[in-house]
Design a protein around this ligand. Structure first.
Ligand code: IPE
Ligand code: IPE
Ligand code: MG
Length: 240
């Protein structure tokens, strides 16, 4: 496979980890088994990101809309996230991963919030990889929350600008994603990083999330390396 040139690597990759349900269904397994297998793919993706030289990784783990799923599935997902933190925290920490949760925190159970705070605190001085876990996350919710936070901070909403809103997004260390990957053959954004992905490159693959591995990740980065990003401007060689 083509080699990856460091100056063509995305700094921040976002992943919409989709397809756990279909993975389970194809095997006649309960949906929660698909989510469980999905957590293994997540660990693989974190390790791959570090090996490949990605500096920030955001994974969409639970959307503001996912609460509408059957209660048993929601309970299973929350349990898996909790279990995963307990099982993987020390390894992530040893590997130098800084973890932050990108979340609408209002309304979340205090025990979840305490756990998030502990993970963020323990890993706060790590520098190998920023892992942002989007949980109870919605791009629209984040923009609404940013407007509320800006207003609460005294910003005059009649003259609000992009910089004032950007300063109140959930996670200020997060760069805009250079690349957003979505698995499972769905071609949509589903409320992921709406503000930050204004000029992101998108990569879609039919691979279901539990099957996604380092080769697939690498393929996405090779594809990205061949893209020409313009941010709305005219490229120098095209200028008349
Ligand atoms: C993605 O897998 C995980 C979450 C949304 C939490 P899905 O559960 O959406 O998988 P499909 O789309 O049903 O296959
Ligand atoms: C997006 O996937 C949310 C996560 C991956 C956490 P969904 O499966 O919830 O999105 P839709 O319903 O297919 O748009
Ligand atoms: Mg889905």
């Amino acid at each position: 496979m083509a080699s990856l040139s460091p100056d063509r690597l995305p700094f921040h990759v976002g992943i919409i980890m989709d397809g756990n349900g279909r993975w389970a269904k194809r095997r006649g397994l309960p949906v929660v088994m698909g989510h469980r297998e999905g957590t293994k793919a997540l660990i693989r993706a974190v390790e791959a990101a570090m090996r490949l030289g990605v500096r920030q990784l955001t994974v969409y783990s639970f959307s503001t809309e996912n609460w509408t799923r059957p209660e048993e599935e929601v309970r299973g997902l929350l349990g898996l996230i909790d279990e995963m933190i307990d099982r993987e925290l020390s390894r992530l920490h040893e590997n130098g991963v800084r973890v932050e949760f990108v979340a609408r925190r209002a309304g979340l159970d205090p025990s979840i919030l305490e756990k998030f705070a502990r993970v963020e605190e323990v890993t706060s001085s790590n520098e190998e990889l920023d892992l942002f876990v989007a949980f109870n996350y919605g791009g629209r919710a984040e923009i609404v929350d940013a407007v509320r936070a800006a207003a609460a901070a005294g910003v005059d909403l009649a003259s609000v600008d992009e910089a004032a809103l950007a300063a109140h997004m959930y996670c200020l260390r997060m760069h805009d994603p250079d690349l957003v990957i979505r698995t499972s053959g769905e071609y949509r954004v589903s409320n992921f990083l709406l503000w930050q992905s204004a000029y992101s490159e998108f990569y879609f693959t039919d691979v279901l999330w539990p099957d996604f591995d380092e080769t697939d990740f690498r393929q996405a980065l090779v594809d990205y390396a061949g893209r020409s990003r313009r941010f709305g401007a005219r490229e120098a060689e095209d200028r008349a």
